[in-house]
Design a protein around this ligand. Structure first.
Ligand code: SR1
Ligand code: MG
Length: 417
């Protein structure tokens, strides 16, 4: 764009301000007068425009200088777009085809032009509507495994990884959102919190539960201090777009270095909440098979995560950690070390999963899985189930050995269970 000073785009200005950009002319059409522009941002932070024309379409995503969900009273630096761009390029290299292609980045305007995913829809909307996505679990497990492994010193040279940790350490304000909204606010009466009044007694119980709060803070310490890999950082079902058979992961603006179990835990939590909230969205007769499908996505995701992580361990363990010179080159199997690491990742993922199942009901940013249930009494009953299961996961996750055990626990907490 000609001007350097940041200005938020709108439906009236986008064509004239971006009309000369070669990438838009090539991918949308040479005449901005023929462009159709829609603002479709339904997330909590940014502007998202779909721009279509005679030559095709693109997404124009622009950061706003404040939290869209709250308004200008909560300023948020524009530099977050830089980290989203950096994360997208790394994820495209580590998990080819899993994220939208980036065509253009303008740091001054905090703006990314990227692939228009069409006819993909936000996965959360599909889960509420009862739609299936073929291969979803396998896709997600593989995406998380490849990013977790290849973004760590299991694969990366230490100097490159340390430089990247330093780069992403500049992204201060976005992690601060998770630090407050995910790990702290659910467990005290924070100003921006809100919850269903039907849950008052339960919420008071959780906030008085010192063992629970301590276990959450142990996980928070891992999240804040452990820089083992580059995370997506906000991997919920609103960060996945799917058709009936294709999926992509979007929106890594919460990318930060953190523990490998975090993305897995967030993802699984959102699938479990989709499962528990189904009685609010469909009749009992249709529900069982669809809930079984949701659980099968969790099973497939974890199987794919383990398989891909194991394959990378065997073929791309080129970093300083668990080097072959200590194992294979001395005739020792490294498999016990791998199994121990996978067990630790799973255990932490379950803890993060439980916290996500709390914060989406107690803190600022709720999810539509529950919020879209019009009857507050039914909604409260289902939310209470998520709170109870979240507590089990945070405090007794050692007893949940694998994805099948997690799905059994979800079944125990289900309305019909
Ligand atoms: C103020 S931002 C609220 C939430 O939206 C994002 O998607 C993250 O989940 C964040 O916690
Ligand atoms: Mg997002």
């Amino acid at each position: 764009m000609a001007e350097d000073a940041y200005q938020a785009l709108n439906l009236q200005t986008l064509g004239s301000r971006l009309g000369a950009l070669p990438v838009l002319r090539a991918r949308v059409g040479n005449d901005p007068g023929l462009w159709q522009i829609r603002e479709v941002g339904d997330g909590n932070l940014n502007l998202v425009f779909v721009v279509t024309g005679p030559a095709g379409g693109v997404i124009v995503k622009q950061a706003l200088p404040y939290v869209r969900l709250v308004g200008e009273s909560w300023p948020l630096p524009l530099y977050r777009a830089f980290y989203e761009y950096q994360a997208l390029t790394r994820q495209a290299a580590r998990a080819p085809g899993a994220v939208p292609e980036v065509f253009w980045f303008d740091p001054d305007q905090a703006l990314i032009v990227m692939e228009y995913l069409h006819p993909h829809r936000i996965l959360r909307q599909k889960l509420i509507a009862g739609e299936r996505v073929a291969g979803l679990g396998r896709f997600l497990g593989r995406y998380v495994a490849r990013n977790a492994f290849l973004g760590s010193e299991l694969a990366m040279k230490s100097a490159a990884k340390k430089a990247d940790v330093a780069l992403f350490a500049g992204n201060v304000d976005i992690p601060a959102i998770s630090e407050a909204l995910v790990f702290t606010d659910p467990y005290h009466g924070a100003r921006l919190n809100h919850h269903n009044p039907a849950l008052d007694a339960l919420v008071a119980g959780l906030r008085a539960d010192v063992a629970l709060k301590t276990a959450v803070q142990d996980l928070f310490m891992a999240f804040a201090s452990n820089t083992e890999t580059l995370l997506h950082g906000d991997l919920h079902s609103g960060s996945v777009m799917s058709t009936a058979e294709d999926s992509r992961v979007i929106d890594p603006e919460f990318a930060q270095y953190g523990p490998m179990g975090f993305d897995l835990g967030m993802l699984i939590a959102n699938m479990v909440m989709a499962f528990l909230s189904q009685p609010g969205h469909r009749e009992r007769a249709d529900m069982g098979p669809y809930q079984d499908w949701i659980l099968s996505v969790i099973i497939d995701c974890m199987a794919a995560f383990r398989a891909e992580f194991t394959r990378l361990w065997q073929t791309e363990r080129t970093g300083m950690l668990y080097p072959a010179c200590l194992f294979e080159e001395q005739g020792h199997s490294s498999d016990p070390a791998l199994q121990r690491l996978l067990t630790r990742i799973w255990n932490e993922a379950l803890g993060f999963c439980g916290i996500e199942m709390h914060r989406r009901i107690l803190s600022l940013a709720h999810n539509a899985d529950f919020e879209a249930i019009p009857d507050p009494v039914l909604r409260g009953r289902l939310e209470a189930r998520s709170l109870a299961m979240g507590r089990d996961l945070i405090l007794a996750r050692g007893a949940v050995g694998d994805a099948a055990a997690l799905c059994a626990l979800a079944g125990d907490h289900d309305e019909k269970g």
